[in-house]
Design a protein. Structure first.
Length: 314
């Protein structure tokens, strides 16, 4: 079975995504080369790591005869919007389970409205039930309950991270020429799938640095290890996660981080998404300031998504 309109047919993806050198006195003066992997430019509706993570899942869903995808996210979830758009292009119906039952009768924010505009059916769970469902998502009883309500579904966890998603992200390092022992590839970490894939796809000698955007998220180290073991049958020793630049927690943007991002934008003319991308670059510049990378290091920061649009509701 082939999708009636593949997302790549509707909008041609920009792959390989552009690689952009950053000419900045700050890292250069310390002997560190910085460049940006502009995955935010891959696709207008399914940008960045969402493209890399979703397309393998949706292709597998279609190949296995599924007609519906069910997934999870918060009120402003990039993942929900991406699944809605990509699912529609693949001819799949989509269901988004949203954290927060108080949102059910409230006016739709711009993000949920866009998901609905692409045909996504939204369902709202209270926060306790939402967390319990995600914790038990692999339990057969939970899957039966979901299917009893929505029928046979291809189920994606919050953020879309699974082995297929990690394998999609593993294609990124092949788009970076001449990777070797002086290279570090850096990305923000929300659920661990992108970092797991990048680390698995790196050649010998190169390293991956993940920047956790969630406070107290040491579980992410175990999640990356789990994805490696399930997807590649082995562990990798070429990665680590920084847990010190989350800015106070998911979705939080302290004044210091916002000022850093604004200054970067002024110098380089690149708009930065604050909840993920800005935190990763904030970490990179802090490490450079503390002279943690050795002179001669080349850091490639993955711009995993664009900033939210400016809207009247946030």
């Amino acid at each position: 079975m082939r999708p009636p309109m593949d997302i790549a047919t509707r909008y041609q993806p920009w792959l390989p995504s552009p690689l952009q050198d950053v000419h900045d006195e700050w890292p250069a003066g310390r002997g560190v080369e910085l460049r940006l992997k502009r995955d935010d430019l891959i696709h207008p509706l399914v940008p960045g790591n969402k493209w890399r993570k979703l397309t393998p899942n949706l292709r597998a869903a279609v190949e296995q005869g599924h007609t519906r995808v069910l997934t999870f996210g918060g009120a402003y979830s990039n993942h929900l919007r991406a699944v809605a758009a990509a699912g529609a292009a693949y001819g799949l119906s989509t269901v988004g389970v949203v954290r927060g039952d108080e949102l059910a009768d409230a006016p739709r924010n711009w993000s949920l409205a866009r998901a609905e505009a692409h045909g996504m059916e939204l369902a709202f769970l209270d926060r306790t039930g939402y967390r319990a469902t995600l914790r038990a998502l692999d339990d057969p009883a939970t899957r039966r309950a979901l299917e009893e309500r929505w029928g046979r579904c291809w189920v994606l966890p919050e953020g879309g991270t699974n082995v297929l998603a990690a394998r999609g992200a593993a294609e990124l390092p092949a788009e970076l020429p001449d990777l070797g022992e002086r290279d570090v590839v850096c990305c923000a970490v929300g659920t661990g799938g992108t970092l797991a894939g990048i680390a698995a796809g790196l050649p010998d000698g190169a390293r991956a640095l993940g920047v956790a955007v969630v406070r107290g998220a040491r579980y992410l180290d175990d999640e990356v290890t789990r994805l490696h073991e399930q997807g590649w049958g082995r562990s990798f020793g070429n990665w680590r996660i920084d847990h010190d630049h989350h800015g106070g927690g998911y979705g939080r943007v302290p004044a210091e981080l916002d000022a850093f991002a604004a200054a970067f934008e002024d110098r380089h003319g690149i708009a930065l998404e604050r909840r993920y991308v800005a935190k990763a670059l904030w970490c990179v510049y802090d490490l450079v300031e503390r002279r943690a990378p050795e002179p001669g290091t080349r850091i490639t920061a993955v711009i995993t998504g664009p900033p939210d649009p400016v809207t009247s509701d946030g």
